[in-house]
Each structure stands twice: as structure tokens, then as C-alpha cells.
Ligand binder design. Structure first.
Ligand code: PLP
Length: 349
């Protein structure tokens, strides 16, 4: 590590565009996408729809906007959306379900943050005129706050069966669905084929500077385009961003296993210390969450100490710290960070 370079493990959103992305951005053919005239955006949407085997796709500025467009299109004000207690859509989107769509979140707790069909079933409102209607079920794969945990297909299937039976649409927050695919060997199309809408991010593990896509059938995409404009997400010569997104979507998924191996390597190394709470076998993708509360250390204190040595992390609360591996950190960077954590934790704070 050089003096001025930080090892930034706060998130996989911190990556800078690769040289190939920058070249593609400079060379991008563009037009006004609100008039449906940007060929690079159209190409990105076609490639995304082919990849997920959906009728259509829509480029949106952020994952949050993508999730919230999907909620808005598929619900009515006053309905409930079933969400997992620690999900991004509930905790980190500033109450947008209610603020933008008049939807009441119905949080359901789940063992290890992976929803169980029978708990979802118990949360679905009976069809009685004086009760709110359950308008949507939201799932997250991989689950950010559960440490990049994969939602296993065999746990998702009964939820899709139930949703179909009750006529309730399912939205899949697949911000990191490519990480789930890389880890399980299933394709993103297989992982999402039964969802009514899917959102995935180009700007996380895939390394693009900006952008997400939402996917669904043709009617969903038509409605989503209108809502995107209403939410202020109609963009003009945005092919410059879609060009980087195309490089991300076509070139980056294959390298995600490297990030997963780096995350596992960090976890295995720090698990050697009895002062650190982590089970490395639970690290399935590119997120490592570990606990510290011994030798006078807590999460904010350790995060500050690491930052002084050029390693950036996110404290989640007093005990837990999150590290996320990505394209801009090497295996050596990750092991350097792990050794630094071990060194601090060996001594009193
Ligand atoms: C699971 C999940 N969904 C949605 C988002 C929102 O993405 P954005 O930051 O692009 O709004 C994030 C961002 O971290 C996320 O982790």
C-alpha cells in the first residue's frame, strides 16, 4: 500500500470506473433517452433483458429508485408490503415505501434474515374489506445486512408458490444478485425467473460508476417508465453511463468469485483471534461482518484505528463492523487489512 492510497472496504460501491469503462464512456453513442433515442441505453436494456430472460428492462439512476419504482407500479396506497426486518428496502430507503407510494411496510423477522414461507403466509392479510390488502412481497438476494447471505432457491420457491396462489406480486431486490449467481452457480435468470419485478445494481460488485436496472414483463416496464419520469429519473444523453454499465454487465460477473475468495480469506484470518466474533463458514459472497467487544475495543473505536492506518470499514453498531470486497482491492490489500485488525485486537485499545 502506498502512503496516500486507502484500502477502502466500506462498500463495493466505492470502485472507480475501469479504463475500459472510461473508454466506452468517451466513445458512447448517445441521444435523448426521454425521447427513447439513446442507442447505448437501449442496448444496455436489451442486454439486461436477455441476461435475465425478461420481456424488458429499464435503466434507472440508483438501486433505491429501482426498488421504489417497482413498489409504486405494483401497489396501491394503503396496501402493505411484506419486507424482512433487516432488509435494505425497509431500513435504508428513508421510508420511501410510505413517502412515495403510501405503502405500509409489514416487517417479518427471519432466522438469519432469510424469510420463511410460513412466516410470510402468517403476515398476509386475510381478504376482509376492513383490513389493509397485502400488495407486495419483497425479497433481497444477496442480503446486505445479513453479511451478503444468499437467499437459497429452495427457500424462495415456496414463497413464490404462496404469492402466486394468493395473487400477490413479488419484488426481488437483487442489488447483488450477480454475487449470488457467482456463488451458487445458478444464472441470474434462474435465481429471479419467478419474480414479478427485479432490481439489480451495476454500481456495486460489477464496478460501474452509476446505475441499476429493473426488469419485468412489457406491461411492467411501460408503467415503470412513467413512474421513473414522475420520480425525476428521466435522463437525457445517459448513454455515457449506460456504456460503462454495458462493460460492467458483460465483463465483470465472471470475476466476482475473486471478491468472494478475498472475503473468505479475511474472515478465515481474523477468525484465528478469540477476541473477534466471526464464523468464516457463514461468509458466502463479498461481505464480511464481524464483532469486537473485548480488550476495550468496540466497533467505532476499531474503525477509527483502522482508518488512521489507511483501512476503511463501516461500523454497523457498537459491536459489529462490515467489510466489503470489490474490484478495487487486491487479495494482498484484504490480507493487510485482516492482519491490521488482528494486530489491534491483540492489544488493549
Ligand atoms: C440490498 C440493497 N438494495 C438496494 C440498494 C440501493 O442502491 P443505491 O445505493 O444505488 O440506491 C443497496 C445499496 O447498498 C443495497 O445494498
Amino acid at each position: 500500500m502506498t502512503e496516500d492510497r486507502k484500502i477502502d472496504l466500506r462498500s463495493d460501491t466505492v470502485t472507480r470506473p475501469t479504463p475500459e469503462m472510461r473508454r466506452a464512456m468517451a466513445d458512447a453513442e448517445v441521444g435523448d433517452d426521454v425521447f427513447l433515442e439513446d442507442p447505448t441505453v437501449t442496448r444496455l436494456e436489451e442486454v439486461a433483458a436477455e441476461t435475465f430472460q425478461t420481456e424488458g428492462a429499464l435503466f434507472v439512476p440508483t438501486g433505491t429508485m429501482g426498488n421504489q419504482i417497482a413498489v409504486n407500479v405494483q401497489t396501491e396506497p394503503g396496501e402493505e408490503a411484506i419486507v424482512e426486518t433487516r432488509s435494505h428496502i425497509l431500513n435504508y430507503e428513508l421510508g420511501a415505501l410510505s413517502a412515495l407510494s403510501g405503502v405500509v411496510p409489514r416487517p417479518v423477522a427471519a432466522e438469519g434474515a432469510i424469510l420463511d414461507a410460513k412466516d410470510v403466509e402468517a403476515a398476509i392479510r386475510p381478504d376482509i374489506y376492513y383490513l389493509p390488502r397485502t400488495g407486495l412481497i419483497c425479497l433481497e438476494n444477496t442480503h446486505n445486512m445479513a453479511g451478503g447471505k444468499i437467499f437459497p432457491s429452495e427457500k424462495m420457491e415456496p414463497i413464490f408458490d404462496l404469492a402466486r396462489e394468493r395473487g400477490i406480486p413479488v419484488h426481488l431486490d437483487g442489488a447483488r444478485i450477480f454475487n449470488a449467481a457467482a456463488a451458487t452457480g445458478e444464472s441470474v435468470a434462474e435465481l429471479s425467473s419467478r419474480a414479478d419485478s427485479v432490481m439489480f445494481c451495476l454500481s456495486k460488485g460489477l464496478g460501474a460508476p452509476v446505475g441499476s436496472l429493473i426488469l419485468g414483463d412489457a406491461n411492467f416496464i411501460t408503467a415503470a417508465r412513467t413512474v421513473r419520469k414522475r420520480f425525476g429519473g428521466g435522463m437525457r444523453q445517459v448513454g455515457v453511463l449506460a456504456a460503462a454499465g454495458l462493460v460492467a454487465l458483460t465483463g465483470m460477473p465472471d470475476r466476482l468469485p475473486e471478491d468472494h475468495e478475498s472475503a473468505r480469506a479475511i474472515a478465515e484470518r481474523i477468525a484465528d483471534s478469540s477476541t473477534i466474533d466471526i464464523d468464516p463458514t457463514t461468509v458466502q459472497t463479498n461481505i464480511v461482518i464481524f464483532g469486537v467487544n473485548q480488550n476495550g475495543w468496540d466497533a467505532p473505536k476499531l474503525t477509527l484505528a483502522l482508518e488512521e492506518k489507511g483501512v476503511l470499514a463501516v461500523p454497523l453498531d457498537r459491536t459489529y463492523i462490515r467489510l466489503v470486497t470489490h474490484y478495487d482491492v487486491s487479495r494482498a490489500d484484504c490480507l493487510f487489512a485482516a492482519d491490521l485488525i488482528l494486530k489491534f485486537m491483540k492489544n488493549k485499545s
